[in-house]
Design a protein around this ligand. Structure first.
Ligand SMILES: O=C(O)C(=O)C[C@H](O)[C@@H](O)CO
Length: 266
């Protein structure tokens, strides 16, 4: 009996587009509610959501047997935290603020057992091995790890080829909000200069045979990114959907005009 198959990683390898949703409420209950909404993946946001290891672990558990695959974003790509999240059962990681091949190589090693990495052996205590009920977990886990690195700065763009070329990086996710901020377009991820940078980045990622990822809360922008060749994309967040639904409900009942705009530029 082996480590669970990573359906998201397999889909990317087969070129099947994967539709996602950002999950930042920090609630396992909310994650479970969303897990059967038809999205291929849900991003458990430990960078901007009110999350810690226990809350991320609970959300990983809520998605364990769900149709939607759990993608986990830690606040930063620290090996000690990745080790804990791996043992909690996470198999797909989105690591923010990657700006060099050396950083990407260190992440590859942090997510794998020796001899291919430095992951400490202790999954027998965790959900990853079904609490030590999977006898072949440690010898099969490496193959089911999916590493997505975030490029979201000018420095990261300058190193996009070296980063995408790293063996063990399965995909590169462009963070439009932080990239826009670093490019001088804070709050305006749709700026033409940012779109041009994303277009270039996608071409380079594709040239290295890696998956292209991105997120937006604008359906119009999502069409643009899809046409650019996004292989996996989040098209909204649980927080925004909750706010717009409940605020809109009250306005409609009271006959008020709908809210204008889609909120800030993150
Ligand atoms: O830079 C970006 O854009 C991202 O990385 C996504 C944002 O962090 C997230 O806040 C979207 O809600």
């Amino acid at each position: 009996m082996a480590a669970p198959k990573n359906a998201f990683k397999a889909a990317l390898a087969e070129g099947r587009f994967q539709l996602g949703l950002w999950v930042a409420l920090g609630s396992a209950y909310a994650a479970e509610i969303l897990s059967t909404s038809g999205y291929d993946w849900l991003l458990i946001d430990g960078e901007h959501g009110p999350n810690d290891l226990p809350s991320m672990g609970a959300q990983i558990g809520a998605l364990r047997h769900a149709p939607a695959h759990a993608m986990v974003r830690p606040p930063m790509g620290e090996a000690w935290l990745l080790k804990q999240l791996l043992d909690q059962g996470a198999q797909t990681f989105l690591i923010p603020m990657v700006e060099s091949a050396a950083q990407a190589e260190a992440l590859v090693r942090a997510l794998r057992y020796p001899p291919h990495g430095i992951r400490g052996v202790g999954a027998g205590l965790g959900r990853a091995s079904d609490f030590n009920r999977v006898p072949d977990y440690v010898t099969t886990a490496n193959a089911e790890i999916c590493l997505i690195v975030q490029v979201e700065s000018r420095a990261g763009l300058a190193a996009i080829d070296e980063i995408a070329a790293v063996d063990g990086v399965d995909g590169v996710f462009i963070g439009p909000s932080d990239l826009a901020a670093d490019m001088g377009h804070l709050g305006n991820p749709g700026a033409p200069e940012v779109l041009a940078a994303i277009t270039h980045a996608f071409a380079r990622i594709k040239a290295h045979g890696k998956a292209r990822g991105i997120m937006t809360v604008s359906l119009a922008q999502a069409e643009v990114y899809r046409d650019l060749g996004a292989d996996f994309m989040a098209i909204g967040t649980d927080v925004n959907c909750l706010v717009s639904a409940v605020d809109g409900l009250r306005r409609r009942f009271l006959g008020e005009a709908p809210a204008t705009g889609s909120g800030g530029g993150y």
